[in-house]
Write a protein that binds this ligand. Structure first.
Ligand SMILES: Nc1ncnc2c1ncn2[C@@H]1O[C@H](COP(=O)(O)OP(=O)(O)O)[C@@H](O)[C@H]1O
Ligand SMILES: CC(C)(COP(=O)(O)O)[C@@H](O)C(=O)NCCC(=O)O
Ligand SMILES: [Mn+2]
Length: 783
């Protein structure tokens, strides 16, 4: 996946797609598998192309269907189903999810979803409650260690069965939807009904507590048809959910367990169902136990069956190896096709066009859930309810495609990876609204650039429009439910935009802008270096830091900055930006940094510095390269860390060697260092070496970071970067994305310098009580 960098890794990972079909639509499922040749590794696999397919395809499966439909699979696809024990699969699927996915588990109370960070070392034991037709209650003690401790025959089947008989509903969703408009006090006997409207406070029961489900119907001389189906459905739902909640809690109590995870098709991501179960667990445990739900809850068994293959080594998979993406289209949910087949770009674009023509809003790639809340403060009637419960086919399937990337690692210099949170600001509803507008406003310009970068052809225009609709659909989806894709910060949002561009095959939207700015900056670099060399060490260090901050103004992601670019040439803007530099900066730790560099470490310079570079052009050429040169002068090894994949106008790791080679033509220090770092092998061939007798230089190296985003999440970086970090004792993070939006509060095991110009008024106010174009020079030495 990250082979856009200088070096390419053998890609041993893969992707997990999550697709769901109802049993009743099994034929569609078989068609789907067959059309994509999924049982043979997909239509793109070498064996399919060469026609050399094995006869005996074996696929792991679990559940009753693995027995019931084995013959059908053999007949239709030539596939033998290898049956795995259902309970084993359920547990190993849950263990895998809880171990390997960061934002898998969440609580759901009063319509509010909150992701729970699970400590890997403190996962077991827990209670797993699978609510299907009936209910299984399993105590899980470890991998492969579990026991079915209890269960109840009053489960999802009971709700659906009784509900169908009593309300004449034709579908489960209809029944559930009815419950949201119901009032259970017309059916249920409440404590208040018994005590003349009063609480039974002595034993802690409020007047609205259900004393007896359906109990009120005894004393009234009414027929079933006299009751509203809405009320019947709600009373039933509560009766069954509370019962499940209570039995689960009692079992948790029995084994001293605090965490209860609920799964099974009864829940299916419905907000209302989750609220009801959570309320019950909370009520019966008096807040001691917590009901939790899993984002991939419908796939526990399938994942468990997949895990039972021995050859893939998935046991060693960790959170940092998995990246979740939300591509447009793809989902075949509930037997209905929601979007084009996986990975088929043309079908995807046509699908988008169809929606645009119809004037219909595209349903975001991930079908929507219900933003409803029950508002349950007691066993009262819900106060706030979602007015729509989407059809079965678009039930909340809040999952994307899981990319398994074994080459990713946790950045070893993070002070505490467990408490590290990359995003500086929380994207709450208000904040999201702001960024929604910023990103929406920026979209037309981005599409223009993207289309132009692909030659402005009709095909590119078509892809550009599809990209715009896809990204808008994502934004709309997140606006409706900010937690839809897991815990989502600004960094994720900015990365989603880049991913979306890649999905529509825009390789590098800013390519020509980057090239133009690189050339213009390289042309003035010799003069800048000469000017710097006339200064004393102290003045030079200040000029270098000023230079980095000033050049960070070249940011094509900032609306304010882009407007500036119409007002002058690159060099004019750079000069203007430098001239405006006025200390003290909004955060100004320069003196501390200077002391560390020139006094404390005079005789013992930093051994290795990692410079996380940001934008192309002046930013890297006139800002970061001269700073790197200064460190090299002090004898420090310098590693320039750049993106693996393009994002806005950020420089990428595979663009850097050429830029360095060009800069080296005018600078002996850079040239020697780049040679020592193995960067100039090809680029400098044929150039006469006038530096043969110069002393050995510390090396200048380039490393890709494993990302394709304007921000960086240090929990998932390339293993190459993780290896380079082992000997580093100085980190320099540059730019708004890497040093402000993310990592402003990150703590590292070595000295860290964070440099950025704040190019957004709201962010300046929010973070620093400051103004747009303020500069940040934050130095955090380790003592
Ligand atoms: N669209 C649906 N149609 C039928 N039942 C549904 C639907 N959505 C959710 N359910 C609930 O899911 C239950 C079945 O869950 P499932 O996990 O498939 O159980 P099992 O494998 O034990 O039959 C049903 O009894 C019902 O409560
Ligand atoms: C995407 C960015 C973080 C890139 O900034 P950089 O890291 O290059 O300094 C930044 O351009 C940004 O936050 N832009 C959106 C805000 C705006 O238009 O004001
Ligand atoms: Mn940038």
């Amino acid at each position: 996946m990250f082979n856009g960098g200088r070096r390419s890794y053998p890609i041993l990972g893969g992707r997990l797609h999550f697709v769901k079909f109802e049993t009743g639509k099994l034929n569609e499922c078989l068609d789907f598998i067959s059309s994509k040749q999924l049982h043979r590794g997909g239509v793109d696999s070498p064996s399919w192309r060469s026609g050399a397919q094995p006869d005996d395809i074996v696929i792991k499966a679990t559940g009753g269907g693995a027995y019931k439909y084995a013959d059908l699979f053999k007949e239709r696809l030539g596939v033998s189903l290898e049956k795995e024990d259902e309970m084993d699969c359920l547990v190993s699927g849950a263990n895998f999810l809880l171990k390997a996915i960061r934002h898998e588990a969440f609580t759901h109370m009063d319509g509010h979803k909150e992701y729970v960070q699970i400590d890997q070392n403190d996962l077991f034991p827990f209670l797993l409650v699978n609510v299907g037709s009936g209910v299984s209650i399993i105590k899980v003690d470890g991998h492969g260690k579990f026991q079915r401790v209890s269960g109840t025959n009053v489960g999802g089947g009971t709700y659906w069965g009784l509900g169908r008989l009593m309300t004449k509903c034709k579908s489960f969703d209809e029944l559930l939807e009815l419950s949201q408009r119901g009032d259970n006090s017309t059916m249920d006997m409440l404590v208040g009904d018994i005590y003349g409207g009063l609480d039974y406070s002595k034993i802690g029961l409020s007047a609205s507590t259900i004393a007896s489900s359906f109990g009120k119907t005894i004393s009234e001389n009414k027929e079933l048809s006299d009751y509203r189906p809405e009320d019947i459905s709600l009373s039933l739902l509560r009766m069954i959910s509370y019962n499940i909640g209570q039995i689960s809690y009692l079992n948790a109590l029995r084994y001293g367990l605090k965490r209860i995870f609920f799964g099974g098709f009864f829940i299916r991501g419905h907000a209302y169902t989750m609220d009801t179960i959570s309320f019950a667990v909370n009520f019966w445990s008096k807040g001691e136990a917590q009901a939790m739900f899993l984002r991939h809850e419908g796939f526990l068994g399938a994942l468990g069956a997949f895990m039972s293959y021995e050859k893939h080594g998935l046991d060693d998979l960790r959170v940092h190896h998995l990246v979740e993406r939300f591509p447009m289209g793809a989902p075949y949910v509930g037997g209905k096709i929601h979007g084009p087949p996986l990975g088929d770009l043309n079908a995807k674009i046509s699908w988008m066009e169809k929606f645009v023509q119809k004037g219909t809003q595209i349903i975001a790639p991930v079908p929507m859930g219900v933003p409803a809340t029950t508002g349950m403060g007691g066993f009262e009637r819900p106060t706030s309810k979602g007015d729509i419960l989407r059809s079965d086919a678009s039930a909340a399937l809040n999952v994307g495609v899981l990319h398994l990337v074994p080459t990713l690692d946790v950045f070893p210099l993070l002070e505490d990876p467990k408490t590290y949170e990359p995003n500086t600001i929380d994207l709450d509803q208000d904040e999201f609204k702001y960024w929604f507008k910023v990103l929406s406003d920026h979209l037309p310009d981005l599409v223009d650039k993207a289309v132009a970068s692909e030659g402005g052809t009709d095909d590119a225009t078509r892809r550009g429009d599809a990209f715009a609709h896809a990204f808008s659909a994502h934004l709309a989806r997140l606006m409706e439910e900010p937690a839809a894709y897991g815990k989502f910060g600004l960094a994720n949002l900015l990365e989603l935009r880049e991913e979306c561009l890649r999905e529509f095959q825009f390789v590098d939207a800013y390519i020509s802008i980057k090239q133009r700015e690189n050339e213009a900056s390289l042309a003035v670099l010799p003069d800048l270096l000469m000017e710097l060399d006339t200064m004393n060490e102290e003045a030079r260090l200040l000029a270098l830091i000023e230079g980095v901050l000033a050049a960070n103004i070249f940011d094509w992601g900032s609306r304010a900055c882009v407007e500036l670019y119409h007002k002058g040439t690159i060099i004019e803007i750079y000069r203007m930006s430098r001239k405006k530099m006025q200390r003290p900066w909004r955060i100004d730790d320069f003196d501390m940094f200077k002391k560390r560099m020139l006094i404390d470490r005079k005789d013992q310079p930093y051994k290795r510095a990692l410079l996380f570079v940001d934008n192309s052009g002046a930013d890297v050429v006139l800002g970061m390269l001269p700073l790197a040169r200064e460190l090299l002068r002090h004898g420090t090894e310098v590693v320039l860390v750049a993106n693996s994949l393009p994002a806005l106008n950020d420089v990428t790791a595979n663009e850097l060697p050429e830029i360095i080679a060009e800069a080296s033509k005018h600078c002996g220090i850079l040239r020697k260092a780049a040679e020592a770092g193995g960067l100039l092998v090809d680029a400098m061939a044929g150039i006469q070496d006038d530096l043969k007798d110069a002393p050995e230089s510390a090396p200048l190296m380039v490393v890709e970071n494993g990302c394709g985003s304007p921000c960086i999440d240090f929990r998932q970086v390339s293993s190459e970067l993780a290896a380079a970090a082992k000997d580093a004792d100085l980190l320099i993070l540059e730019g708004m994305g890497r040093a402000l939006h993310t990592n402003l509060n990150a703590r590292f095991k070595c000295d860290a310098l964070k440099l950025a110009m704040v190019k957004n008024q709201r962010l300046a106010e929010k973070l620093f009580n400051g103004n747009i174009y303020d500069c940040i020079c934050k130095f955090e030495p380790v003592s």
